[in-house]
Design a protein around this ligand. Structure first.
Ligand code: NI
Length: 304
């Protein structure tokens, strides 16, 4: 209780979040730990970009605006809203239209291939002409849920890789229990690089993705103590090929594991990545910013 009183005092909060000379680095771990333990929101003094989230989810119907405001308050200067079916792709473009900080990615995820109208690819193509659509996604293979047979998943995956190539856009890849198969399709058919969303492979798989020119994006599981394979990937991969995301409302980071996730918690993932690389968050954030603009060139036109 005493510790909680101290930590919630305005002075401490300002020390942690506002004073420019204050930097997050490994010697500040004890502060980060105590704040996390107390459930205090973490903030970044340098702007960050959440490269993958689903604000259109009905889980945000009650408080979507407040969630976006909390994210901006925490230092999340831009968010990439990801479609996974036709409705959510339309919703992503609508959100991007309504909010300067939100960008959109449109596509059909492998668990949502059933009941598509015959002109679905034309609908995605039309949506992708919007200037704030920065990639085609999330697309790929999901052998965990296996909602459609592998052959159908691969057909839709390849059709959308071709669409991305036609439009000169990068791709955002969803791969679950199908990493070797996903990499094989990318090697054969990807004409533009992109992002391995919520990367969950080992260092060998990571190297193959890096060779294909892809970025590796890390989400909540990076903060879990037992994610040793992910920690190794983050430590071995070139810094300029790493991205972060929340995948909100899913994959909430430690110490909010199991709760509805929201973009303000991107700071926990950024801090973990910084710790793993022996950097302060203030040192890491500008690098992540540049990485994101390189991965999504259309964002650079707006954000510079
Ligand atoms: Ni997602």
């Amino acid at each position: 209780m005493f510790v909680r009183t101290i930590l919630t005092s305005k002075m401490t909060r300002n020390l942690y979040t506002k004073n420019p000379p204050y930097r997050y680095n490994s010697s500040d771990d004890k502060w980060a730990c105590m704040l996390q333990w107390c459930g205090m929101p973490m903030k970044s003094t340098q702007p960050l970009i959440d490269t993958h989230l689903h604000l259109a989810s009905e889980q945000f119907n009650e408080d979507r605006r407040a969630v976006i405001e909390r994210a901006i308050e925490a230092g999340i200067a831009a968010m990439v809203e990801i479609g996974y079916d036709l409705a959510s792709s339309h919703a992503a473009v609508a959100l991007a239209n309504a909010h300067p900080a939100i960008f959109a990615v449109v596509g059909i995820q492998p668990n949502h291939l059933h009941d598509l109208p015959s002109d679905w690819i034309d609908q995605i193509r039309r949506l992708a002409t919007h200037p704030k659509v920065v990639a085609i996604g999330e697309i790929g293979l999901d052998y965990y849920w296996m909602k459609s047979p592998p052959s159908e998943q691969e057909k839709a995956f390849r059709a959308q890789l071709a669409l991305a190539a036609e439009l000169g856009l990068p791709v955002v890849i969803h791969s679950r229990e199908a990493m070797p198969e996903t990499i094989a399709v990318l090697r054969d058919a990807a004409r533009s690089p992109g992002v391995m969303h919520s990367f969950s492979g080992d260092w060998t798989a990571a190297q193959e993705c890096l060779e294909l020119g892809f970025y590796l994006s890390f989400s909540g599981p990076l903060t879990f103590p037992k994610s040793a394979a992910l920690h190794e990937v983050v430590q071995q991969a070139p810094l300029e090929r790493l991205l972060i995301e929340t995948d909100s409302p899913y994959l909430s980071p430690h110490p909010h594991r199991g709760q509805r996730n929201e973009p303000s918690r991107l700071v926990y993932i950024a801090q973990k990545l910084a710790d793993l690389r022996g950097l302060s968050l203030a040192e890491l954030a500008p690098q992540l910013w540049q990485n994101t603009l390189r991965a999504f060139p259309r964002m650079a036109e707006t954000l510079g």
